[in-house]
Design a protein around this ligand. Structure first.
Ligand SMILES: [Zn+2]
Ligand SMILES: [Zn+2]
Length: 327
């Protein structure tokens, strides 16, 4: 099969012909119909994340069809459409798995990072970590739900129910969170790279009542801020925009260093927290919620062999919505 493979972090992906993987016990073989391109893929490719499996096939927003069942799989049958997200495996017995926090598992497997992912014609995944997808979405439109959607949803949930929501970095995750936030009748304020009027217009089209540069102050103080851009400077900037007791959620897996800031910004019970990975319950909840909103995903499709181009466009902020590869 054709696959885009990372042999060494810091180099481009290579289009290679590799064997179709075999599903082991509990696993399914899936023909990939679409795979979203996430900022985390960029961090894997650039070497920002430690110890990836190498060589690795990136991609963890996979929509595909089951073509073969490993031993003991009963959850799916051949031909079923499934979604495969970032959380590929957990141990089931560590303190985190046993306390409803499998997102923090001591020995997890992550799709497209420590387990081969979806930048390929086929992939295998553990059936217990695959999800049926709502029929309201075609293959390509469903792909961004699987990470941008899931992590965005978890970020929104952990930020709490505050009314005035600020989103820093208006890309794939933000464009989904914005729709859920409006569905929940929140007020939405969007922060983009200074001068990025296209992203600001995009945010307004999704219900932001104000959109501006990340160097600007919002017209009202924020109850919750979610930072999707991997820029540490945004943490004190967001704290400055918060009400007392407000929460700043860092939604990305990697961020540049956070500059030091006066304690006064954190004082009054303001909270800064990160969001790591997802639980399977997050996936079930969000995939039920998405068609009710209904979340509409804005995508740009690329051929599998153009994955490097899609990643470059994401790095440079030259995408509206989410990039999706079609093998
Ligand atoms: Zn565990
Ligand atoms: Zn992701």
């Amino acid at each position: 099969m054709r696959a885009m493979v990372l042999e060494k972090p810091g180099t481009e992906l290579k289009l290679l012909d590799v064997p179709v993987p075999k599903p082991g016990p509990g696993e399914v073989l899936v023909r990939v119909a679409a795979c979203g391109v996430c900022r985390t893929d960029l961090h894997v490719v650039d070497g920002d994340l430690p110890d990836p499996k190498l060589p690795i096939i990136p991609g963890h927003e996979i929509v595909g069809y089951v073509t073969e069942l490993g031993e003991g799989v009963e959850k799916f049958k051949e031909g079923d459409r499934v979604g495969i997200p970032w959380l590929g495996r957990t141990c089931g017995h560590c303190r985190y798995c046993l306390s409803g926090r499998e997102n923090l598992c001591e020995s997890p497997g992550f799709t497209g990072y420590t387990i081969d992912g979806g930048y390929a014609e086929f992939t295998v995944a553990h059936a217990d970590y695959c999800f049926p997808l709502p029929m309201d979405y075609d293959d390509a439109s469903a792909a961004p739900l699987l990470c941008a959607g899931l992590i965005g949803y978890r970020s929104l949930k952990l930020g709490g129910p505050g009314q005035a929501l600020g989103i820093y970095g208006f890309g794939a995750a933000a464009h989904i969170v914005a729709q859920v936030a409006k569905f929940e009748r929140r007020r939405l304020f969007a922060f983009t790279r200074p001068g990025d009027t296209a992203a600001q217009d995009f945010a307004r089209s999704l219900g932001a009542e104000w959109a501006g540069g990340s160097d600007e102050a919002p017209p009202v103080p924020l109850d919750v801020a979610i930072i999707f851009a991997p820029v540490g400077e945004l943490v004190p900037a967001a704290l400055k925009a918060m009400v007392k007791g407000g929460t700043v959620v860092c939604g990305g897996i990697h961020m540049s260093d956070i500059p030091s800031f006066p304690y006064e910004l954190l004082w009054h019970e303001r909270v800064v927290r990160s969001v790591a990975n997802l639980t399977r319950d997050d996936a079930t909840e969000f995939l039920e919620l998405a068609p009710q909103v209904p979340v509409k995903t804005t995508i740009e499709t690329f051929r599998l062999e153009d994955a490097n181009e899609a990643l470059a466009r994401l790095r440079e902020g030259r995408l509206t919505g989410a990039a999706v590869l079609i093998p």
